[in-house]
Ligand binder design. Structure first.
Ligand SMILES: Cc1cc2nc3c(=O)[nH]c(=O)nc-3n(C[C@H](O)[C@H](O)[C@H](O)COP(=O)(O)O)c2cc1C
Length: 219
């Protein structure tokens, strides 16, 4: 589970949980979340704010925060601050042009600039979905969830949704490396450094840049 936090163009804070989300790539990192229409067939507040301001934040939801997460899912009138209704402390982003509040007690938080919306048409009122994609431009990780410099999910205890009203919490992990020459690990490890070294090696060999288009980043 993740929370998406936003601030409207006129300064009203908003917070809502989204279980339909994913990370998309690593260099640079992009994330997505998928927002259905409301039961009145309108865009959700999070969608409106992300699209109109160009900013949102992505906050991991943990075991300790599960009840607050549930409270913030209530569909309240536009402009209502769910941080307040759930009694959650805010901390502001520090890299976004339009700053937004984040959940202070969430140990992993991403600051994101809106990139695009992919609208998948569906049946009214709630079936149409807006897949919002953002570029991660700032990352906050609490020292308390690190072991030897890496995120330790046993310390994070993230909550995941299992469909219907069931959830699980991650308290156990195991290690398994990929097969092959090891290059797949660059992506699995999210290593921009290894990706850039790979490109430098290709250029030295005269292979060129490939067919990748130039990055166009909307901030
Ligand atoms: C566990 C949980 C997961 C949810 N996941 C999603 C989701 O992935 N997409 C979605 O559109 N709504 C999801 N919701 C519902 C939204 O949180 C809810 O509609 C919220 O009021 C939207 O707020 P907003 O209008 O401020 O964006 C979820 C609710 C809960 C409780």
């Amino acid at each position: 589970m993740r929370w998406i936090s936003t601030r409207s163009a006129n300064g009203k804070d908003n917070l809502a949980p989204y279980s339909q989300f994913n990370n998309l790539t690593f260099d640079p990192p992009y994330v997505m979340f998928s927002a259905n229409q409301t039961h009145e067939n309108e865009r959700k507040d999070t969608t409106v704010n992300a699209e109109t301001t160009g900013s949102f934040a992505w906050n991991i939801c943990t075991w300790d925060l599960r009840h607050a997460m549930n409270v913030t899912s209530e569909q309240l009138p536009y402009g209502t601050d769910e941080f307040q209704s759930a009694g959650l402390e805010k901390v502001m982003t520090n890299t976004l042009k339009h700053p937004v509040p984040m959940v202070a007690n969430s140990p992993i938080r991403f600051e994101c600039t809106y990139y695009t919306t992919l609208r998948l048409p569906g049946n009214p009122p709630m079936g149409t979905v807006d897949v919002i994609i953002g570029r991660v431009v700032g990352v906050h990780i609490a020292d308390s969830v690190l072991t030897d410099g890496l995120i330790d999910l046993k310390k994070v205890q993230p909550v995941a949704r299992c469909g219907y009203h069931s959830y699980t919490v991650v308290r156990e992990t195991f290690e398994m490396g990929p097969p092959g020459d090891g290059k797949m690990a660059y992506g699995l490890e999210g290593s921009a450094e290894a990706n850039s070294e790979e490109q430098a090696t290709r250029e030295k060999k005269g292979v060129g840049a490939g067919n990748v288009e130039d990055l166009e980043v909307k901030v």
